[in-house]
Design a protein around this ligand. Structure first.
Ligand code: SF4
Ligand code: SF4
Length: 437
């Protein structure tokens, strides 16, 4: 466990340029569209099931879709207005899902839950987290209330404020501007989990955030500074950097007594418990040379990417944007268009210009070994790619491809620009479908 004045870290990894030019731009409310297209799948698991009909008037914060399975999450309206219909649209991750179309009446009449009492117990907090539709906001979108009941329990809660992906700064702004609510959410999560200790782990390039959080330390809550290195925020790497515990391949954090949640999730928990506010709005970083109005914004779920672009592009011509990424450049999703809509897990929209992306074509592997030396999971990406090129997926499995966390480090460091993560993804997908020799 790192000492207060030492920086926690993990082995291997890389150092992409931080490109965090928006880090000093305070959060401000984003404009809200006339038409909200609210995805029913904003989380891992079964899509939520709508409980409203065309013509219904809904209020901001009202439940409009309920969980449809054990692993699922409630969805609430981000505005007041009229339900105009249901459409199937592309999602940021490449699939499609059903969306509720809500015509915004711009009145913002609210329907929140009642705040919980100060001494709410673990079960009441978990029930509230489920009611409020709170999911992991670092990108995974796993329903938070389920994570808080691990088999065998957990003694340590690690709250991820690493934000190690280039360009993204919304968590940094949140920790800096809303430190008290973030810390309150961490204590509520710790109580719900029954953990002895909670750590808020922050990369050392966010000194402002660390300074804002320090006054809330104590009573089992500690702020830990981490070395600036990618992928410091990956779950297993984070647990190791903070606690020294190693999560074995195929195991879960709870198997070593840990649960990891994101700082934005903690903030959402505080809002849900103290104010009865469900999760329908989040902090989002907009960055890249394709937009004039870069910054950090409070964006409501169901806001189309096209609307965000229109409102932040300024006078720049559309041709300036060469590539759109939902999330960070290392693990985010390149967009074919702008039809997808913001969700509870959309942390960034990057509108990158030609100077910000690499178009280098792949060449032959030069056996430099950088991919192996950088892989935080100690895999051999080059050999996995060879196995995939040979269509020998059984060999890829023996090379432990399923342990890959798809962090993109290998592709990033490869001087030959080999499509290593793509090979890994193909192998994992093929093995999931029962493929292989
Ligand atoms: S093989 Fe997987 S875990 Fe290793 S560097 Fe590549 S993407 Fe990351
Ligand atoms: S980093 Fe690229 S060039 Fe170097 S060994 Fe790996 S695949 Fe080959």
């Amino acid at each position: 466990m790192p000492h207060k004045f030492m920086l926690g870290t993990f082995r291997h990894g890389t150092h992409p340029p931080a490109s965090k030019g928006t880090a000093d731009i305070p959060l401000s409310p984003a404009e809200v569209p006339e038409e909200i297209r609210l995805p029913l799948s904003q989380h891992i698991g079964a899509p939520a099931r709508e409980i409203v009909s065309v013509g219904d008037r809904v209020l901001e914060g009202q439940l409009v879709a309920e969980p449809s399975g054990y692993v699922s999450a409630a969805v609430h309206s981000p505005v007041s207005g009229i339900v105009r219909g249901f459409v199937t649209l592309p999602t940021a991750t490449g699939g499609k899902c059903r969306h509720i179309v809500i015509e915004n009446d711009f009145l913002y009449e609210k329907s929140f839950l009642a705040p919980l009492p100060e001494d709410a117990d673990a079960e009441a907090i978990k029930a509230r987290i489920a009611e409020a539709g709170i999911v992991g906001m670092g990108g995974a979108g796993f329903p938070t209330h389920i994570k808080l009941s691990p088999r065998g329990g957990a003694d340590i809660l690690v709250v991820n404020g690493a934000e190690c992906e280039p360009y993204i700064t919304c968590d940094c702004r949140l920790m800096t501007e809303k430190a008290e609510e973030v810390a309150d959410g961490v204590r509520l999560l710790k109580r719900a989990l029954g953990a002895e200790k909670a750590f808020i782990a922050v990369e050392d390039n966010k000194r402002e955030a660390v300074a804002a959080l320090r006054p809330f330390e104590g009573d089992g809550l500690e702020v830990v500074r981490l070395r600036v290195k990618y992928p410091q925020g990956a779950e297993k790497q984070l647990i190791y950097a903070v606690t020294g515990r190693k999560v074995p391949p195929g195991a879960l954090p709870a198997d070593v007594g840990c649960v990891v949640d994101n700082v934005h999730t903690a903030y959402a928990v505080s809002r849900a418990v103290r104010c009865g506010e469900p999760l329908y709005m989040r902090a989002l970083t907009v960055a890249g040379g394709g937009v004039e109005k870069q910054g950090n914004f409070w964006v409501r779920s169901g806001t189309p990417y096209s609307f965000v672009y229109e409102k932040t592009r300024g006078d720049l011509a559309e041709t300036v944007t060469d590539k759109v990424i939902s999330g960070g450049p290392m693990m985010g999703f390149a967009q074919a268009g702008l039809e997808a809509c913001c969700t509870k897990t959309t942390s960034a929209l990057l509108f990158l210009d030609a100077k910000q992306i690499s178009r280098a074509a792949a060449s032959e592997c030069i056996n430099c070994g950088r991919c192996f030396r950088s892989c935080p999971m100690f895999l051999s990406p080059r050999e996995i790619e060879h196995a995939v090129l040979d269509e020998d997926f059984a060999r890829a499995e023996k090379l432990n491809v399923n342990a890959c966390i798809e962090c993109g480090t290998c592709s990033y460091v490869c001087p030959a620009k080999r499509p290593l993560v793509q090979a890994v993804r193909l192998a994992k997908k093929t093995l999931r479908r029962g493929g292989g020799k």
